[in-house]
Write a protein that binds this ligand. Structure first.
Ligand SMILES: NC(=O)c1ccc[n+]([C@@H]2O[C@H](COP(=O)([O-])OP(=O)(O)OC[C@H]3O[C@@H](n4cnc5c(N)ncnc54)[C@H](O)[C@@H]3O)[C@@H](O)[C@H]2O)c1
Length: 423
């Protein structure tokens, strides 16, 4: 075993080999653990700007050195915002020659000497970007959802395995897993406080989100990229893009259980204009798990309706509510979390950077892929109007991505019609 020859070599070195290198060369790992970690941001929107801020606050020796966005105006807007934040301004060193745009910008960013990459584009690009980042030996913060179709899920599972082999970090943006009140609640469920879980009912009933699109033509790459939320190839539809948080919490409670089948209904009643692409605005789906366990999910995004975001977990001996952090055994004393609740978005980065420094990088990749897959499974059941088995679903090789990423005309896929749509 030879010692790492450079800081870059060290940072790309696996936890396992880093530990081995330390043993071979006393002090090498400890010294390298003090190095500045150079961060690159891919996808400079709202979340990316937030994630960069959190990364810069996570560790004293972190610098933001490179940025990439499909659109230079988005990148410059984010950079300007970050430079205005007093406590992190001194950690920003993004020279103009490390600002990259276009579809290949991520490749240039990965080659620009970064150690940690924040992947915060629309999820349609995540599998591609994640694979490239992991292959390049970078530690990754990777927003949710991590894919929009089955080939994407499979690619992320492979990337997660590769990151494990390389010993590089892969922290996912399924942020509720980094929220202490949820951790305590799930710990109690896993500890048997409500007996065996037999059903989960999760809701994501909210109002609409941003609407950036007024100017047609809609059937262009630029329109769809700037209004990505409304196009399934980019967002996965809102059941995948937003409700995936509930599927992730269910996946966490059910310890990664693989469902047997899914059924669902859905459609669009309020977002019917052409500028809203091809996504639905409501879904209600049921996932069946082995042993008769069921996950009932409902999500809606419509104005002037009641909002409710929660996860009700039903066990043989009681109930729990994840968003209220309560555990109520039948006939027993109810528990409610009353400790501190740090900002989960900050905790994600604190734990990622600490794990990298410690040589034991976090790897959330496979769990994140499965959570995203559950949401895609529910979506496909509703789109198709069929009772879909996991086996059929997971055999799908249908990629939603266009054949090529290029500016210019891009037809919009039709709104899925149950009974007509093919998985
Ligand atoms: N964990 C959470 O609570 C949370 C909250 C908000 C958003 N998110 C996730 O973060 C991601 C981004 O959401 P957002 O709200 O920041 O959206 P946004 O539109 O504000 O930002 C996305 C940015 O990515 C850029 N982009 C698109 N394609 C690109 C490509 N191929 N290469 C480089 N840049 C590209 C866009 O131009 C845009 O600037 C989504 O996956 C979303 O689900 C997570």
């Amino acid at each position: 075993m030879t010692a790492p020859t450079s800081r870059r070599a060290f940072l790309a070195t696996s936890a396992a080999s880093a530990v081995a290198a330390t043993a071979a060369l006393p002090g090498a790992y400890a010294a390298a653990g003090d190095e500045v970690l150079r961060v690159g941001l891919v996808g400079c929107g709202d979340r990316g700007t937030g994630a960069a801020k959190q990364a810069l606050r996570a560790d004293p020796k972190v610098k933001l050195v490179a940025m990439c966005d499909a659109f230079m105006d988005r990148l410059q807007g984010s950079l300007g915002n970050l430079r205005n934040i007093k406590d992190i301004a001194g950690k920003i060193d993004v020279a103009p020659d490390r600002c990259f745009d276009g579809f290949d910008g991520y490749k240039k960013l990965l080659a620009s000497g970064v150690d940690v990459v924040l992947l915060t584009t629309p999820p349609g690009f995540r599998p591609l970007h994640l694979r490239a980042a992991v292959e390049a030996g970078k530690h990754v913060f990777c927003e949710k959802p991590v894919a929009v179709d089955v080939p994407g899920v499979k690619s992320v599972i492979e990337s997660a395995k590769l990151a494990k082999q390389k010993g590089t970090g892969l922290c996912s943006g399924y942020c509720w897993r980094y929220h202490q009140p949820k951790r305590e609640t799930v710990k109690r469920i896993h500890g048997g406080d409500i007996g065996d879980v037999h059903a989960i009912h999760c809701t994501y009933l909210t109002g609409p989100i941003w609407d950036r699109g007024t100017a047609d033509p809609f059937a262009t790459m630029e329109y769809q990229m700037r209004n990505w939320y409304y196009f399934t190839w980019l967002s996965g539809d809102f059941i995948v893009e937003q409700h995936c948080h509930n599927f992730d919490k269910a996946n966490w409670v059910l310890k990664g259980a693989v469902p047997v089948a899914a059924t669902g209904v859905g459609g669009r009643q309020s977002r019917v204009q052409e500028r809203f692409g091809n996504v639905y605005d409501h879904f209600a789906c049921t996932l069946e798990f082995p042993g008769g366990v069921k996950l009932f999910s409902a999500c809606r995004q419509m104005a002037s309706c009641s909002s409710d975001v929660n996860d009700h977990v039903y066990g043989t001996k009681g109930q729990a509510q994840l968003m209220r952090h309560t555990v109520s055994p039948y006939g027993g004393k109810a528990w409610e979390y009353d400790g501190e609740a740090k900002d989960m978005y900050q905790v994600e980065h604190d734990e990622l950077f600490a794990s990298v420094r410690a040589g034991k990088p976090i790897n959330d990749g496979e769990a994140a892929a499965h959570s995203s897959a559950l949401a895609i499974f529910a979506r496909e059941a509703a789109y198709s109007g069929k009772r879909l088995t996991w086996k059929e679903f997971f055999a799908s090789d249908k990629s939603l991505a266009p054949k090529a990423f290029a500016w210019g005309p891009l037809p919009v896929a039709p709104v899925p019609i149950p009974g007509v749509y093919k998985v």
